[in-house]
Design a protein around this ligand. Structure first.
Ligand SMILES: Cc1cc2nc3c(=O)[nH]c(=O)nc-3n(C[C@H](O)[C@H](O)[C@H](O)COP(=O)(O)OP(=O)(O)OC[C@H]3O[C@@H](n4cnc5c(N)ncnc54)[C@H](O)[C@@H]3O)c2cc1C
Length: 484
């Protein structure tokens, strides 16, 4: 089959029968028509459609080595630096179309599956059939253009103990039965973004397992369809308030739902299991297989599009009300330019310094990507601050679309005009600024960029512990010993 159209994606979503809980309601059919999911599902449908658009098809697709069909380029196994560049072009084509606000475009999970599918030797340490299962699953996902999400971390009841120790081990999703034909899972995982509108859920290892036998039931990797019996999603309240694209330009398009994943005796068949019982191996699931590198390559590429968006928005705002000549405004615009350029430089440097791993996969340089993923969550917090600083009370002097189209228009034209924009144009721009810096949607975006790829505190610790500081420390010691 290969690449799907948006219509095919929506039809499949509407045909699924998941158990999605939201605001006191259980949604189990026609998910793509529910007000909380409808618009974002259509934004995802547009991504699928782009694959068929001659303008984007070359960038977004390549020919499947097995079927000869066109498939998404994020499934391309990179063997050369040119392949990595090709993957980046595809990722940035999608990211630029949503200005980086869709954190879970399919290329994120596709990148993970692509790397995992090449890691036969690593999987074979546990069981050769796991390598075969993940390869088959990757090929199936590639050929069917599957949209997957993932869930990794245990519930947050008590972080002073490991997930397997919380409430005597009863909270975290765990294997409660091993059968001839598969395993049974009971418990919960903390979060899965876009869960209601995805096809599949990847339940991959949390990377904080203790390497002890007690953690074996919590050590697994598998994938299940989103409407697997016993799987329930508990959604938060939507951050889209039902407004128009004028009034909620971002939330009305890109409000990606987050949900707790509850497993109530969920059966996982053998062919969908990729790892079982090996806490030590599970802890290396991302670092040892290359999945972490290809996922981070996707994340950094997407976030460049987002930084560019904030640079563009800040520049438009500054010009619209004549503040662009003030020095502190220019200082902030310069900061955004630097962020864009650092992001671009890091992703290019990681590609240029890429190297083949043991499986013959060209992986972007990890230490460079690791620097990017430790850097961006913090600088991204500045973006809404800058927008708020530029806009000030303009974010509150903000009538809605209905007012613009009412008798109030004369006042809006007169009193809300900008230096370079009419009143209605200025209102439209500031609505975007509001949704990017003040709305509930924007708050979630900041939280997302800060945490979704892991706790920055622990990521920093991991970087310090893994970074080879030996040569620079030796240089300092050598300098101290100098007598000249
Ligand atoms: C919007 C959003 C979407 C997300 N989507 C997904 C998703 O789709 N799939 C998925 O698997 N995950 C997802 N996540 C979860 C993400 O991986 C976690 O937020 C991240 O790993 C941090 O874990 P936590 O949220 O449980 O925070 P906690 O671990 O509970 O941390 C809370 C606070 O305690 C501190 N803390 C806790 N433990 C320690 C420790 N051992 N050492 C030092 N400090 C500690 C942290 O620094 C933090 O300040 C998402 C998160 C957000 C915010």
């Amino acid at each position: 089959m290969g690449i799907r159209t948006g219509q095919q994606y929506l039809e499949k979503l509407n045909a699924m029968t998941p158990h999605v809980v939201i605001d006191g309601e259980v949604v189990s059919e026609k998910v793509a028509e529910h007000p909380a999911f409808r618009n974002v599902a259509r934004s995802y449908a547009r991504l699928f459609d782009m694959q068929h658009d001659p303008k984007y098809q070359d960038a977004l697709t390549y020919t499947s080595p097995t079927s000869g069909d066109l498939v998404n380029a994020s499934f391309l196994v990179p063997k050369t630096v040119e392949d990595l560049e090709r993957r980046r072009r595809a990722i940035s084509t999608w990211a630029e179309s949503s200005n980086g606000f869709l954190g879970r475009s399919g290329d994120y999970m596709n990148s993970s599956l692509t790397a995992l599918s090449t890691a036969d030797e690593w999987f074979s340490q546990a069981d050769p059939k796991f390598g075969e299962n993940i390869r088959n699953y990757y090929e199936w996902a590639r050929e069917n253009d599957v949209l997957a999400t993932h869930t990794l971390i245990p519930p947050q009841a008590n972080r002073s103990v490991s997930g397997s120790e919380q409430l005597g081990g009863q909270l975290s999703a765990r294997i409660v039965e091993e059968r001839e034909d598969g395993i049974v899972i009971q418990g919960a995982r903390m979060l899965a973004t876009i869960a209601p509108i995805a096809d599949e859920l990847l339940v991959f290892p949390s990377t904080v397992l203790r390497g002890t036998p007690e953690d074996a039931p919590y050590s697994y990797a598998f994938a299940i369809p989103n409407d697997t019996p016993g799987l329930r999603y508990l959604c938060r309240t939507s951050l889209y308030n039902g407004g128009s694209t004028h009034d909620e330009p971002l939330a009305s398009r890109y409000e990606e739902m987050d949900a707790v994943a509850v497993f109530d005796h969920v059966f996982v068949p053998n062919e969908r299991i990729f790892m079982l019982g090996n806490p030590q191996l599970c802890n290396g699931f991302y670092s040892e297989t290359g999945a972490g590198a290809l996922m981070t390559h996707q994340v950094v590429t997407r976030t460049i599009a987002k930084s560019e968006f904030f640079l563009g928005l800040a520049s438009e705002l500054a010009d619209s009300i004549g503040i662009d000549g003030f020095q502190h405004i220019q200082e902030d615009i310069a900061e955004l330019i630097v962020d864009v350029e650092i992001g671009r430089a890091l992703v290019r440097a990681a590609e240029v310094d890429a190297a083949l791993n043991g499986a013959g996969v060209m992986l972007p340089k990890w230490s460079t990507l690791n620097a990017a993923r430790n850097w961006y969550p913090k600088v991204a917090q500045r973006f809404p601050q800058i927008i708020r600083k530029f806009s000030a009370s303009g974010l509150m002097a903000l009538p809605g679309e209905a007012d613009v189209n009412s008798d109030a228009r004369t006042d809006i034209e007169m009193y809300l005009q900008g230096k370079s924009l009419t009143g209605p144009e200025r209102v439209r721009l500031f609505k975007l600024a509001f949704d990017a810096s003040v709305s509930g949607f924007s708050g979630r975006q900041s939280l997302y960029e800060y945490f979704f790829f892991g706790d920055p505190v622990r990521m920093a610790g991991a970087m310090v512990n893994s970074y080879d500081r030996g040569p620079v420390r030796a240089r300092v010691r050598e300098f101290l010993n100098r007598t000249d």
